[in-house]
Design a protein around this ligand. Structure first.
Ligand code: COA
Length: 163
């Protein structure tokens, strides 16, 4: 049984992440999508909220599960008996960061392999922070976010009404 962990911030999950999951599913027997808690980034949604949104929009498939984790990704993989880390590479600028992370993870835990998958081209330039910025400024993000996620993001980023 080949299991993979797809770690990330998912703040929030986008259609680009979902596209990656769809592409990776045929490669693995099980895929765990894992929200990283304690990352250096400050987040718009709590880890529980991010997990809940993922559960809502990921394919209803017994091969997919969602969780949150703290600490090193390789330690979490080892504890869960997961042998591969899934990451997306969107652009050349992603490559350097992903390369560094994959080799560091290999140094820490040589038995765990990182597998890269390319997302569809229409999602290759978006990121959660760009989407948050568009929403803050009233722009259209329907092509980047599933409807329940867009709704929650608009609620969360709604400007406070002035008194
Ligand atoms: N479609 C759309 N957007 C995508 C995407 C895709 N397929 N893949 C990535 N992105 C975007 C994300 O939305 C995110 O955007 P943002 O920076 O604007 O929020 C950005 O790309 C980075 O994505 P993410 O995959 O969430 O990576 P990250 O750098 O935030 O987190 C972890 C990387 C969580 C995997 C890493 O920090 C980690 O493993 N942490 C645990 C601690 C650890 O083990 N550290 C040692 C690592 S060597």
């Amino acid at each position: 049984m080949v299991s993979a962990l797809y770690p990330g911030s998912f703040d929030p999950v986008t259609r680009g992440h979902l596209d990656l999951v769809e592409r990776a599913l045929p490669l693995f027997d099980h895929l765990t999508v894992a929200v990283a808690v304690n990352s250096q980034k400050s987040s718009t949604f709590t880890a529980d909220e991010r997990v809940a949104m993922l559960q809502e929009v990921l394919p209803k498939d017994s091969r997919v599960s969602v969780t949150a984790f703290r600490g090193l990704v390789v330690d979490f993989c080892q504890k869960q008996g997961i042998g591969a880390i899934l990451r997306g590479v969107r652009t050349v600028s992603d490559f350097e960061y992903e390369y560094q992370m994959a080799l560091t993870n290999r140094h820490l835990m040589p038995s765990i392999e990182t597998v890269f998958v390319m997302p569809s081209v229409q999602y290759s330039y978006v990121s959660s922070s760009l989407i948050r910025e568009i929403v803050r400024n009233g722009g259209d993000v329907a092509s980047f976010l599933p409807p329940p996620v867009e709704r929650r993001l608009r609620e969360r980023l709604r400007p406070a009404t002035s008194s």
